[in-house]
Design a protein around this ligand. Structure first.
Ligand code: PDD
Length: 278
């Protein structure tokens, strides 16, 4: 694979980042995952807007113009002949002597991008649906910033794996925040319910697209927090993200959701999302 490191394309074996990089020492960095379908970038502008916002919230600026990010994404897709998968981009506060204070102004930010091939459309998880467990949400209070500080989510996903399940939904004060790397939804009483935007969750780019498409299809939406009990009693549940698009949830904490099979609302949204993304 060819990867992008600070302005250069290099083979992954030759790519180097400093041991003093603040991404490595402090998780002082943010990232984006843009999916690629048929060699085309999905929702690129949305991901760039969120990257700018994440950086701004941490007192960093865009290290390159958006047009340069676009060129880098396209170059990586072409150089690696990527048809389906994603482009990962990480921006950190750069390398400096280890200090809790930010490095002096003018310290260059680090930018790393790489591709990852993956089947996104034809995925067994989407056909079968996924089984999830619930876990306490022990992450920090600014989950709207897409930082590389992912250990809490990683531990939740490991707990799911140890329990023989696919993923976890994180819970705070009895309400579901989101999945380990996706936004969470239930369908109940004919309406699609997903948590409203705040500092408690990541503002998913796929979420925004799916809500827009659901509105256009005249489906009923409610943006509000829902409880674990509500989720367990729901007709359907599903998650959205750049890597999973729309994926049905068929079991929560060992209890079947609805009939225990993927539901019609999730299936329809997945179909219209993919048609729109192509
Ligand atoms: N995760 N919530 C969390 C905590 C996430 O990490 C993600 C994305 C989402 C969905 O956001 P979007 O629709 O913009 O992908 C929600 C990416 C895919 C990842 O970490 O791999």
């Amino acid at each position: 694979r060819m990867v992008f490191v600070n302005g250069e394309y290099v083979p992954e074996e030759a790519a180097r980042v400093s041991v003093f990089d603040r991404g490595f020492l402090f998780a002082d960095g943010v990232y984006e995952v843009v999916s690629v379908l048929g060699g085309k970038l999905v929702d690129f502008a949305g991901h760039m807007a969120r990257l700018r916002r994440s950086l701004g919230a941490l007192d960093m600026e865009m290290p390159m113009a958006e047009a340069e990010f676009l060129a880098t994404h396209r170059d990586l897709v072409a150089r690696n002949a990527l048809d389906e998968g994603m482009v990962y981009t990480q921006v950190t506060r750069g390398a400096a002597d280890r200090d809790f204070l930010f490095p002096p102004e003018g310290t260059p930010l680090s930018v790393v991008s790489f591709t990852q091939a993956a089947a996104l459309v034809d995925k067994p998880a989407a056909r079968r649906g996924i089984r999830i467990i619930t876990q306490p949400d022990i992450r920090w209070g600014r989950r709207d910033i897409k930082t590389v500080q992912l250990l809490a989510a990683s531990m939740c996903k490991m707990a799911a794996k140890k329990a023989g399940k696919d993923d976890a939904w994180m819970v705070e004060d009895g309400f579901v925040t989101e999945g380990t790397s996706n936004n969470a939804y239930v369908v109940a009483g004919g309406s699609i319910i997903t948590r409203d935007l705040s500092h408690s969750i990541l503002h998913g780019i796929t979420r925004a697209a799916v809500l827009r498409l659901a509105r256009e299809a005249r489906m009923t939406l409610e943006e509000r927090a829902f409880t674990v009990e509500e989720a367990k009693a729901a007709d359907e549940a599903f998650v959205t993200s750049a890597s999973s698009f729309v994926t049905p949830v068929i079991e929560i904490d060992g209890l079947p959701v609805g009939s225990g099979a993927p539901g019609p609302v999730a299936a329809r949204l997945r179909e219209i999302y993919i048609a729109d993304a192509r």
